[in-house]
Design a protein around this ligand. Structure first.
Ligand code: CDP
Ligand code: CDP
Length: 526
């Protein structure tokens, strides 16, 4: 084990950067290195960094250290404020060569402890807490400011450093990764203990890839490196070569790479949209014009009783998404009916054009960066709900391919649980037939129904009797259950054709037909 030389990583970062400037060394690249557990990120990444004279940072250590400390102090993943406060006690340590491969808690090196099995078992639950991820975000970004760094983790290319010059994603089969982890811990991979490691990795893979916020996945522009069968040295050589090629493509290493994304200067932070709180005259007029256009183009039927929709307090309007017209079919009508303006989340590109951008902002669209959509979207959404306003969401994220419900990640359930907001389920029926995907314009004269369900609050499974102290697994389960409650309500409002993956969750209605049944009553009864 290498003894850490310097306790303040930031001080070393600055000193090392000065030294590099003095020797005229190029500034080098920012390299994101993501991948599942035991894919080789920390060992391969550190070795490649050593060879290239790069700094290295293993962000998994930060999540592990917070988890270790939280277990030590009895802080559960639900106690978000207390959890976030632990972050200040954690520091990455430099091995003297710019590699942040050790972690200290209150100035004591705890690298060995944070790799213990109890941390393995709990870390994914803790790292799915959005507030904790946010608290660690600036720390990670600051480390990359001086460039010439390989940063290893799960969401580095997708969220922490979406503008990284090179994104690498290390992967290997779970069996191979479990074998490596077992050998590293001097355990026979085929022994019962070895098989436990395999199960543990499977579980962590599942949690890391399916969490609502910043899940593990390769960035769209990542180079995926499969390492099954590769020796350690071969993997290091591949990474060194990739970085070398990328540096060569950049000339001195100072220029931006030529890739199909916008240069950093153009991706400056975007001005936030003010939260829409009042239905002002301009919004009323704009909505009235949109209503006239909609009525002229389609045979719109609006069903459901909106009198029970709260006129104040946080409200989530959650709908299925089957056509580009859905936001207007809902937004231009319901705001008038409930006397409240809607807030939406939208990709920032929508707001980049002057006039259109102005109009979209007026329509209550808040920009989110697609590269980092999950966490930023969650934060923007929570801001709106904390301000006790209305947030309209399509939990599916993107339009459905065939008009039926697709599996959703758990963002909407987490929002409903965290904010305590009332949820209004909405079904947009047949909008996919009115405006099929790939068609430039909608078809005139088609029938579309917008069906509103009964407003409800999701039930928090953890609060149910008999669950005295909720563990982290309960937290995850509660989010999943809340999401399912919302999607089932939406599915119940849709005709069977559009219920998709949630069809089985909808209770059959005795005596009712199928295609044009009005499952409204089903949703409203309970
Ligand atoms: O070493 P191993 O691959 O087993 O894990 P690690 O990289 O030390 O990360 C431990 C855990 O921290 C992961 O399973 C993730 O849940 C979390 N993590 C994360 O969420 N985001 C990161 N950037 C790094 C780690
Ligand atoms: O950081 P991460 O959890 O992704 O993985 P690691 O701790 O760097 O690697 C897990 C184990 O796999 C280490 O013992 C590495 O030496 C080993 N390894 C390997 O044998 N062959 C590779 N191509 C990559 C890693």
């Amino acid at each position: 084990m290498i003894a850490p030389a310097i306790l303040d990583p930031m001080a070393d970062t600055e000193a090392a950067a000065e030294a590099r400037k003095a020797t005229g060394e190029g500034r080098g690249l920012v390299v994101a290195l993501d991948g599942p557990a035991a894919s080789g990120k920390s060992s391969v990444g550190a070795a490649a960094a050593r060879e290239l004279g790069y700094r290295f940072c293993d962000t998994g250590l930060l999540y592990r250290a917070v988890t270790w400390l939280a277990l030590h102090r009895g802080v559960s993943p639900r106690e978000t404020d207390a959890l976030v406060r632990l972050v200040d006690e954690i520091h990455l340590l430099d091995d003297g060569g710019g590699r942040l491969g050790h972690v200290a808690v209150d100035d004591v090196d705890r690298t060995a402890e944070v790799r213990a099995p109890e941390v393995d078992a709990a870390v994914s639950e803790y790292s799915s807490v959005p507030e904790l991820r946010m608290a660690l975000l600036q720390r990670q970004r600051a480390l990359a400011e001086d460039r010439r760094i390989i940063m290893a983790g799960r969401d580095i290319g997708t969220f922490v450093l979406p503008d990284a010059d090179l994104k690498l994603f290390l992967d290997a089969s779970v069996a191979e990764r479990a074998r490596r982890r077992a050998l590293e811990r001097a355990i026979d991979p085929d022994s019962p203990h070895g098989r436990e490691i395999l199960e543990e990795l499977r579980r962590r893979d599942m949690l890391d890839t399916t969490r609502a916020i910043a899940p593990l996945r390769p960035a769209d522009d990542a180079v995926i490196i499969k390492t099954d069968g590769n020796t350690f040295e071969v993997t290091v050589a591949i990474i060194v070569a990739k970085i070398g090629q990328a540096e060569a493509g950049q000339g001195s290493g100072d220029d931006r790479p030529t890739r199909d994304r916008k240069p950093r200067a153009e991706r400056r932070p975007m001005e936030a949209t003010p939260i829409a709180t009042d239905l002002d005259p301009l919004t009323r007029i704009g909505s009235a014009v949109l209503r006239l256009i909609v009525r002229a183009m389609v045979r719109l039927k609006i069903e459901g009783d909106l009198t029970a929709v709260p006129r104040g307090g946080p409200l989530i309007i959650a709908a299925n998404h089957a056509s580009s017209a859905d936001p207007v079919l809902i937004g231009a009508f319901i705001n008038q009916a409930i006397g409240r303006p809607l807030n939406w989340l939208g990709k920032r590109e929508l707001l980049e054009f002057r006039l259109l951008g102005w109009a979209f902002r007026r329509a209550g669209i808040h920009p989110v960066d697609r590269n980092s959509a999950d966490l930023e979207a969650f934060r923007s959404a929570m801001r709106i709900l904390d301000a006790r306003q209305v947030l309209a969401v399509f939990p599916e994220g993107t339009r459905s391919h065939d008009g039926s419900l697709q599996t959703v990640r758990e963002g909407v359930g987490m929002l409903a649980l965290r904010s305590g907001a009332t949820v209004l389920p909405v079904a947009v029926v047949d909008s996919d037939r009115m405006w099929p995907r790939g068609h430039l314009l909608p078809r005139f004269g088609r029938r579309v129904t917008v069906r509103y369900g009964t407003p409800f609050k999701v039930t928090d499974e953890r609060a149910e009797p008999g669950k005295a102290k909720a563990g982290s697994r309960d937290r995850r389960g509660a989010t999943e259950a809340a999401t399912r409650q919302i999607m089932t309500r939406i599915a119940a409002l849709l005709p069977p054709r559009q219920r998709g993956v949630y069809a089985a969750d909808v209770e059959p209605q005795p005596g009712r037909g199928t295609a044009n049944a009005q499952p409204e009553a089903a949703a409203q009864r309970d």
